[in-house]
Design a protein around this ligand. Structure first.
Ligand code: 1AG
Length: 135
């Protein structure tokens, strides 16, 4: 039985999002706006299938994947790049590798209590985000 990520999660902290966005080549004006956002994750999980919506007042990002199945990801509205993306289980953690132009790109999700953690990596930058489960 894999971990259960289902639910609505609200951002409570976002450490070094600026460094992560710079590593992705996001322009200054966009970074200013993006930094102020407190996105919400809406996750629907059926076994190994995930639909993850990252919602904000500025832009939304939609990801659908099955753990263990590589897919073509287009990071629409983010840095607009194409990646070969694979998400796998590491025990109850979701580990994602995004192969493409940027080195060392990916993310890790895990849950502790009512908090959802996300570490986003690109090149030498790591952004650490924490979300709290909505009531
Ligand atoms: C992700 O989460 C990333 C989802 O895949 C978006 C998170 C951060 C934004 C990434 C790069 C910054 C690029 C441009 C900034 C412009 C707008 C920011 C909008 C932020 C809300 C969408 C992993 C997993 C789902 O949860 O795949």
């Amino acid at each position: 039985m894999p971990a259960d990520y289902n639910g609505t999660w609200n951002m409570v902290s976002n450490d070094n999002f600026e460094g992560y966005m710079k590593a992705l080549g996001i322009d200054f004006a966009t970074r200013i706006i993006a930094k102020m956002l407190k996105p919400q994750k809406v996750i629907e999980q059926k076994g190994d299938f995930f639909h993850v919506q990252t919602l904000s007042s500025f832009r939304n990002y939609n990801a659908e994947f099955t753990v263990g199945v590589e897919f073509n990801e287009e990071t629409k509205g983010l840095d607009n790049r194409k990646c070969k993306t694979l998400v796998t289980w590491d025990n109850d953690r979701l580990v994602c590798v995004q192969k493409g132009k940027k080195n060392n790109r990916g993310w890790i999700h895990w849950i502790e209590g009512d908090q959802l953690f996300l570490e986003l990596s690109c090149e030498d930058q790591v952004c650490k985000q924490v979300y709290k489960k909505a009531d």
